[in-house]
Design a protein around this ligand. Structure first.
Ligand code: FAD
Length: 507
């Protein structure tokens, strides 16, 4: 009897999403007779941005059995402790904060952080800035790598920065050389449908017919299968998230003697700019709302921010922000930018790619390679998008930045009432002095962003009563000695190497 896994998978698109999907599917099922074919058009090319990750990328490489020493140097990759936000709040003492990836060592300090933020929310003068409570903030501030030595029993959780083109090429080599993925170059012009509406084959410009049992749409913002053939509705998030454009410009790192271990997200007049440190350069991009600033002014502001004058070439991109209604439709799965995109503030796109493919693998196997679990899969993926979206929206909703003259961007974000019920509940709990950790657990949203992330965001912008309403803590408040926590973190950090030095082991 044929193994039900012995399916022919066809992937349309050879960007990061396509090659990640190819690796995961071939790794899982090639031993059971599955074939994976990937077709891409070099002429169309890839988007070539997306250079920061969450810890999901580490799990991805671990799953494929690829060591850091194999892929990191090949992709100019660096370690990422998290993201620091600058200029999103004008409240003194809260001009910047760091968003850490949650890790087991947080158990030593998180409860104190939650306690202090709640006390400050109710007007007590206690230190509640997230940077004082978590090890990754200190590792990032001191440019250390999140790699624990053998004698230190707590592994930080971390992501990476990398060159998007090089990661795609690395995965393409791995998929074709080690996992038996067939690679075809060509431009798909037509899609052949079966009587039941399934996709039967992709037809290229030279009339080649690529048939399969299951198809993955990894064709980027073009969404050739989902937008075109399957006509799956796209649900925009433009009411919640205003940014729809980006201008991108790599630069040489200003100070070659230093290698940051964090992404920097700095607010500008109609959006924010990322600074992603690679071993060879910095990746920079201004993500903005075209309703508030035009492309020329955005490029000018980015150049000014980077201090590069007229030198270097900038690339302009439009972003389609939202998601397809169903990521799995008929015998096809949308992955990557064809599936949806939340703006890159929390660098979640590749995270969603990996999570979607892994969940698909689980659902397809559980249903004996039939669409039995398609509806629940689609509901889960939709909830994931919305859970992540809410966290990103919250950054804008609680911002405390002044608008530049003539640009009503930050105030408009603060005034935006298009908030989901879950986000309203989070904010109500925060503003009324409620137990936010319990509320996040009640809402079931902690799997998208943890209680530490939510508390860090809200506390990090100084979302507390005005200074005039803050009073000294009374006897009912337990005083957590923040200098004691600082000493604990300082001693932990002594175990970690300087970032550049940690990467030199790959030389
Ligand atoms: C401004 C910006 C910043 C971002 N930052 C981050 C970040 O920090 N972290 C993160 O995780 N993600 C980020 N992303 C998202 C990230 O770039 C993408 O998720 C990732 O690159 C995957 O893209 P993709 O493979 O879906 O699409 P693409 O890279 O666009 O690939 C599409 C593929 O489809 C092929 N194709 C299209 N049409 C046809 C056709 N008719 N025939 C044959 N082939 C075809 C193309 O040739 C290409 O190979 C960012 C995105 C943007 C826009």
């Amino acid at each position: 009897m044929t193994d039900p896994a012995a399916k022919d998978f066809v992937i349309l698109g050879g960007g990061t999403a396509g090659w990640m999907a190819a690796c995961l599917l071939a790794n899982q099922w090639r031993g059971r007779g599955a074939t994976v074919t990937l077709i891409e058009s070099k002429e169309i090319g890839i988007i070539g941005v997306g250079e920061g990750s969450t810890p999901q990328l580490k799990a991805f490489f671990d799953r494929l059995g690829i060591a850091e020493r194999e892929w990191m140097p090949a992709c100019d990759a660096t370690y990422k402790n998290g993201i620091s936000f600058h200029g999103w709040s004008n409240r003194p003492g809260y001009e910047s904060y760091f968003h850490p990836f949650p890790a087991p060592i947080d158990n030593h300090t998180a409860a104190k952080f939650f306690y202090n933020t709640r006390a400050r929310r109710t007007g007590r003068d206690v230190d509640a800035h997230p940077d004082r409570f978590f090890l990754p903030a200190l590792l990032a501030a001191t440019e250390k790598a999140p790699i624990a030595p053998e004698h230190f029993p707590f592994e930080p959780t971390y992501g990476y920065h990398f060159d998007a083109h090089k990661v795609g090429a690395f995965l393409a080599d791995h998929a074709t050389e080690n996992l038996g993925v067939r690679h075809i170059e060509g431009r798909v012009e037509n899609v052949e449908r079966a009587d039941n509406g399934d996709i039967a084959a992709l037809i290229t410009e030279d009339r080649s017919r690529i048939a399969g049992n299951f198809f993955l749409d990894c064709s980027g913002f073009r969404a050739i299968l989902f937008n075109g053939a399957l006509d799956e509705p796209f649900l925009p998030f433009s009411d919640n998230l205003f940014n729809d454009s980006a201008v991108v410009m790599p630069t040489t790192r200003a100070d070659q003697t230093r290698l940051p271990s964090q992404t920097k997200a700095t607010a500008l007049s109609a959006g924010w700019v990322w600074d992603i440190p690679l071993t060879t350069r910095s990746g920079n991009g201004y993500v903005y709302s075209s309703s508030h600033i035009d492309a020329e002014a955005a490029e000018c502001e980015l150049r000014q921010h980077l201090g590069v004058g007229d030198t270097g070439e900038a690339r302009h991109l439009k972003m389609r922000v939202g998601r397809v209604r169903n990521s799995w439709s008929h015998n096809a799965l949308a992955i990557g930018l064809s599936q949806g995109f939340l703006e890159p503030l929390e660098a979640t796109a590749l995270h969603i790619v990996i999570a979607t493919v892994e969940q698909f693998i689980g659902s397809f196997e559980a249903g004996d390679f039939t669409p039995e679990h398609r509806d629940s899969f689609n509901a889960d993926i939709a909830a994931r998008y919305e859970g992540i979206r809410d966290y990103i929206v919250c950054h804008y909703k609680v911002n405390r930045r002044e608008d530049a003259a003539g640009i009503d961007y930050w105030a408009a974000n603060r005034a935006n009432q298009n908030l989901s019920d879950d986000l309203k509940s989070v904010l109500t709990s925060w503003y009324t002095g409620g137990d936010l950790t319990a509320e996040i657990s009640r809402l079931g949203i902690g799997k998208y962003y943890s209680a530490i992330s939510w508390h860090s965001l809200l506390a990090g912008y100084g979302t507390f009563p005005d200074d005039a309403k803050i009073t000294p803590p009374g006897d009912d408040i337990v005083i957590h000695d923040v200098s004691e926590i600082q000493r604990f973190l300082d001693r932990c950090a002594l175990n970690f190497d300087d970032h550049a030095q940690a990467l030199s082991v790959f030389d």
